[in-house]
Design a protein around this ligand. Structure first.
Ligand SMILES: Nc1nc2c(c(=O)[nH]1)N[C@H]1C(S)=C(S)[C@@H](COP(=O)(O)O)O[C@H]1N2
Ligand SMILES: [Mo]
Length: 185
């Protein structure tokens, strides 16, 4: 059996049947076979959309940026269930990544943008420009590459987290594939 990596855009049509099945379920923690997991892993995360300098980054690229340590981080589903107690995470602020790509702003009133963090299973989380650049959420939203003092293993290589959300599950994006910036029209 041949597996297509879901991080490869040519594989989108092959991935579609599986993805549409998954979006119909309402379970948070769903079993994924080891073979399937390997198809979801993205070694490169793309930053694209309404930015001056689209780029993609690997863990090594993140390590060259300003790396921040996060002592503890509890993963709480929207249902209220605590799924994980993580410690010793390392990552880079989403704000720093977006500043590198430079959002295409034409002036200081041009700030109605939304930012989508998308995974290879098409799970998504959304942020607004104001949350990231003019709110405490911007100081609490990271792309992490280590948890519990070790490289992330179970859920791809990089995870986007927002640690000041009331329930941290919804904006916890594992198998992170892209960060997309769009102007509200
Ligand atoms: N890529 C991806 N990220 C995701 C999800 C998903 O289905 N796919 N589920 C979310 C939900 S609803 C929760 S509660 C947590 C669950 O994380 P876990 O499966 O690692 O326990 O991850 C979030 N991130
Ligand atoms: Mo969840």
């Amino acid at each position: 059996m041949l597996f297509f990596c879901k991080c490869d855009s040519n594989a989108v049509s092959n991935a579609h049947s599986i993805d549409s099945l998954q979006t119909k379920t309402d379970v948070c923690v769903r079993p994924v076979s080891a073979a399937d997991t390997s198809t979801y892993i993205c070694h490169n995360v793309e930053v694209k959309g309404d930015v001056e300098q689209p780029f993609s980054f690997t863990i090594d690229d993140l390590k060259k940026m300003k790396v921040v340590g996060i002592d503890t981080f509890n993963l709480v589903c929207q249902t209220g269930a605590t799924l994980e107690n993580n410690f010793g995470c390392k990552g880079v602020l989403l704000k720093d990544i977006l500043n590198k790509a430079k959002i295409k702003q034409t002036g200081h009133k041009d700030r109605n943008f939304y930012i989508v963090a998308r995974a290879s299973d098409n799970y998504m989380a959304t942020f607004s420009w104001s949350e990231i650049f003019n709110n405490i959420t911007g100081e609490n939203t990271y792309v992490i590459f280590e948890e519990n003092g070790k490289p992330i293993q179970r859920k791809g290589e990089m995870i986007l987290i927002c640690i000041n959300d009331i329930k941290t599950g919804p904006r916890h994006v594992f198998w992170l594939k892209s960060i997309e910036v769009y102007r509200v029209n």
